[in-house]
Write a protein that binds this ligand. Structure first.
Ligand SMILES: NC(=O)c1ccc[n+]([C@@H]2O[C@H](COP(=O)([O-])OP(=O)(O)OC[C@H]3O[C@@H](n4cnc5c(N)ncnc54)[C@H](OP(=O)(O)O)[C@@H]3O)[C@@H](O)[C@H]2O)c1
Length: 379
């Protein structure tokens, strides 16, 4: 492991003498071409300084692994999105939870469990009140009574917000709607599918393995599910929804979106949450001639469809409602949240690669062991 003597807090270098702890952080060293490889990253040891006025020092315990990180692992992120990760720098803007070790910020005390956006490292100095990830990642003290802290990276955090906002506010779920969710065994998809079931809808899920299909039917209680690798998508979808669908929650894009446009009934709605099938391409559908999207868009006219892209971070005002409502459903056992847990910070890149390959179910998380840290490196 390399050792460098730079401060890891708030992006400001600080001399080694200021460091109160040695932490590790993951840095990208090359932008992946095609598949993400662990060798595109390195683990760096850094001296982390203590907090200044308005800041807290946090020992991170869990950090999130999200499909959308792939979109930022390139020279330029798509317009309107969070910025690309600079090479050889800490990866700012990844959700994480941890424990406050030292606080110089009002409202935070040692021992508090917090969420923030300085993930993929084991220690972080975080400025209270500073906007991160559109507000989702701003330093927040968490109520962890009755729910494990990492739930705030899943159902009770940005993942839950994305599912809730996308289904209820973007797709505007209505009584009687038949709903198709793609990547339905993943973090966002499994929540969307369950939320629609809780509201009494017929829900169809698709995923990339027979084991995941069983999970959707047996554990999540969906009405129908199919493995999208089993044949032409329009046929698989027709079999699952012979009379068509009213809402499509899109996590995949490409051929999935095209099949949905074909199957949607008049006045149907699509919430485009993500397009993971395009993330490994050089420039995901960003300009003329780049589209891998639907070749049947004229049907949006003939069937009066509404197709809306959205970002969970555009609906941050719903977070308290999401925490309250999904928290209640979690505690009542009405929401099942599987987790794919990877142990050890250095495994974060491999966990991302596995997620992008589909080797995950539910929310993918890294449990940070904290074993490698040394306190008071200078002392
Ligand atoms: N708009 C927002 O604010 C927002 C926020 C969070 C996430 N998202 C989007 O939501 C989607 C899910 O993200 P997540 O973090 O929850 O990940 P996830 O669903 O837990 O994992 C991604 C899943 O995508 C599936 N997949 C990968 N490549 C595929 C392909 N070529 N075709 C079909 N399925 C494929 C894999 O499952 P299979 O085994 O089923 O293939 C994999 O498990 C992504 O598109 C992400 O960008 C959007």
């Amino acid at each position: 492991m390399d050792e460098i003597r730079a401060g890891a807090g708030a992006g400001r270098p600080s001399p080694a003498a200021d460091a109160v702890v040695v932490g590790r952080e993951i840095r990208p060293t090359a932008y992946p071409r095609g598949e993400v490889r662990a060798s595109d990253f390195r683990v760096v040891e850094v001296g982390v300084r203590g907090p200044q006025q308005g800041e807290v020092l946090v020992r991170n315990t869990w950090t999130s692994v999200d499909a959308a990180l792939r979109v930022r692992l390139r020279e330029k992120a798509p317009p309107g999105y969070f910025p690309a990760f600079p090479l050889d720098q800490p990866m700012d803007g990844i959700m994480t939870v941890g424990e406050v070790l030292e606080s110089r910020a009002d409202g935070f005390a040692p021992g508090d469990t917090v969420s923030h956006a300085s993930g993929w490292r084991d220690y972080a100095v975080v400025e209270a009140g500073k906007d991160a990830l559109g507000g989702v990642g701003t330093l927040t003290k968490l109520d962890v009574r009755g729910t494990p802290p990492q739930a705030h990276l899943g159902a009770l955090g940005g993942t839950g917000l994305t599912a809730y906002a996308g289904l209820f506010h973007v797709a505007e779920l209505r009584d009687g709607d038949v709903v198709w969710v793609s990547a339905a065994a993943g973090a966002v998809g499994s929540l969307v599918a369950q939320l629609a079931k809780i509201r009494g809808h017929r829900v169809i899920g698709s995923a990339g393995s027979d084991e995941k299909v069983r999970h959707l039917l047996e554990e999540l209680g969906l009405d129908a599910a199919f493995n999208y690798k089993d044949g032409p998508l329009p046929d698989l979808l027709r079999e699952a929804a012979p009379d068509g669908i009213d809402v499509y929650f899109d996590n995949v894009g490409g051929d999935h979106l095209e099949a949905a446009v074909g199957a949607l009934r008049t006045s149907g709605r699509v919430a485009i949450c993500g397009m993971i099938s395009e993330y490994a391409t050089e420039e995901p559908s960003q300009g003329p001639g780049k589209s891998q999207g639907p070749g049947n868009l004229m049907l949006a006219v003939t069937k009066s469809l509404t197709i809306r892209g959205f970002r969970g971070s555009g609906h941050t005002h719903l977070l308290p409602e999401v925490r309250r409502q999904l928290g209640a459903w979690l505690r009542e056992g009405r929401l099942h949240c599987r987790e794919t847990i990877v142990d050890g910070l250095p495994q974060a890149p491999a966990a991302l690669a596995a997620l992008l390959r589909g080797d995950n179910t539910g929310k993918t998380l890294v449990r940070i062991d904290g074993v490698a840290h040394r306190e008071n490196p200078g002392g």
